[in-house]
Design a binder for this molecule. Structure first.
Ligand code: PMP
Length: 431
């Protein structure tokens, strides 16, 4: 029996002092029903709640823990950094090492600025694109999530869809007017949007592989099409690789699809689990950032020495492990095949999308290549599936509109356990 008494008590207490009891909305399990489990610790492929239940980890802190939890090299690096004080607010050598590593790993990045979250990275990138071009509009794609900056909470994905607030109150009309949304994977609609806002589009921002409406791959020619439009119109192309950076290859989705953006935003894996983000790109554009240029952006804790130590320990392991991405793709393909076989055996027509170690099961029989398609999923059924999986010791993202993240700690044996749990869960919810 899956007991979560302590978690339930903690959730009750948490709601007294924290809005909704959580510090980020999707953690509340609101979309899937039931109360969130409160986490005590995690190691490798496993996460443990306050009641002592063990789960196979498929959230991995929403992406960062690509090597599994409590990685010894990252922890050692953090401990060493801590002994020299937690923060200086002054330049350090380790920041250069971090910047150099990023520039080497992601060739489209010639200069990079560290920040403290993915949200900060995208907010800063968009301001930079506006400052650089002298234009005001931004094109984004429905169902893509770029953090909670005002400009991006228009048809936004992730928790914003999950909780039914793709357009958040509190974002002024003026701000919303400067964001133009188009369907993902539709280059023609981008052309139309650019024509309708002639000479006034500063940037096109896109998750090159969307992870925030569930995992949705770019159609053939989509990213190339965006690159061409940006070249022709003098628009800054921003790849938001907060999720895909160092997840799909050492140089992110841009390495996989061989399309180079002007600016890349990074987060998650780059911090090794610490709160870190970054934005970087062409030298000419990055030199518009203060203090060398006029576009202001700053941060008391940016480039924090402990965060840099964690991030570098993560990136150096990624660089050294020649088979990391092929191993991750192989194990996730095994998971995909197992899940697909289970669906086939039960005669269930649901859709699985996967690339590398990102995977989503959509509870719809139709192909999912944009937000409209993703929204056809049966959310109630997903909620039931989620709860059955949790009872069986598998910790999935608590929303249909999120990707699952596979870590290096997931073994073939664990994949078998996930598939078995999935088959049982599907049987139960379709009784
Ligand atoms: N961009 C993308 C593509 C993301 O997936 C996220 C977070 N899920 C963000 C931006 C925002 O990052 P953060 O939560 O660190 O602010």
């Amino acid at each position: 029996m899956h007991q979560i008494t302590k978690s339930n008590n903690l959730f009750e207490e948490a709601q007294k002092y924290i809005p909704g009891g959580v510090n980020s909305p999707v953690r509340a399990f609101k979309a899937v029903g039931g109360n969130p489990i409160f986490i005590k610790k995690a190691k490798g492929a496993f996460i443990f709640d306050e009641d002592g239940n063990e789960y196979i980890e498929l959230i991995n802190s929403w992406g960062p823990m690509i090597l599994g939890h409590a990685n010894s090299k990252i922890e050692e690096a953090v401990q060493k950094a801590i002994s020299g004080s937690l923060s200086f607010g002054a330049p350090t050598a380790i920041e250069i090492e971090m910047a150099k590593t990023i520039c080497e790993m992601v060739p489209s990045i010639e200069k990079v600025r560290m920040v403290n979250s993915g949200t900060e990275a995208t907010m800063s990138a968009i301001r930079l694109a506006r400052g650089y071009t002298g234009r005001s509009k931004v094109i984004k794609f429905e169902g893509c999530y770029h953090g909670h900056g005002d400009s991006f909470l228009i048809a936004a994905g992730s928790g914003a869809i999950t909780l039914g607030e793709p357009n958040s109150p509190g974002v002024t009309k003026g701000t919303a007017q400067d964001t133009v949304t188009v369907p993902f994977n539709d280059v023609n609609k981008v052309h139309e949007a650019v024509r309708a806002n002639k000479e006034n589009v500063a940037a096109i921002i896109v998750e090159p592989v969307a992870g925030n409406m569930g995992c949705v791959l770019p159609a053939e020619g989509f990213l190339e099409g965006l690159r061409e439009i940006c070249n022709a119109e003098g628009i800054v192309l921003i790849f938001d690789e907060v999720m895909t950076g160092f997840r799909l290859s050492p140089s992110g989705a841009q390495g996989v699809f061989d399309v180079q953006p002007d600016i890349t935003t990074l987060g998650k894996i780059i911090g090794g689990g610490m709160p870190v983000g970054a934005y970087g790109g062409k030298r000419e554009i990055m030199d518009f950032v203060s203090p060398v240029g006029p576009v202001y952006q700053a941060g008391t804790l940016s480039g924090n020495p402990v965060a840099m130590a964690a991030g570098l320990a993560m990136l150096s392991q990624i660089k050294e492990d020649q088979t990391l991405y092929s191993d991750l793709a192989l194990i996730t393909a095994k998971l995909e095949n197992g899940l697909q076989e289970g669906l086939d055996n039960l005669g269930l027509p649901y859709t699985i999308n996967r690339i590398g170690s990102m995977i989503s099961v959509f509870f719809t029989s139709e192909k999912v290549s944009n937000f409209e398609d993703a929204k056809k999923s049966d959310l109630n059924l997903f909620g039931q599936y989620f709860r059955e999986m949790l009872k069986r010791g598998v910790y999935l993202p608590p929303s249909q509109f999120e990707s699952w993240f596979i870590s290096k700690s997931i073994t073939p044996n664990l994949v078998d356990r996930i598939v078995e749990a999935s088959n049982e869960s599907l049987r139960v919810i379709h009784q």
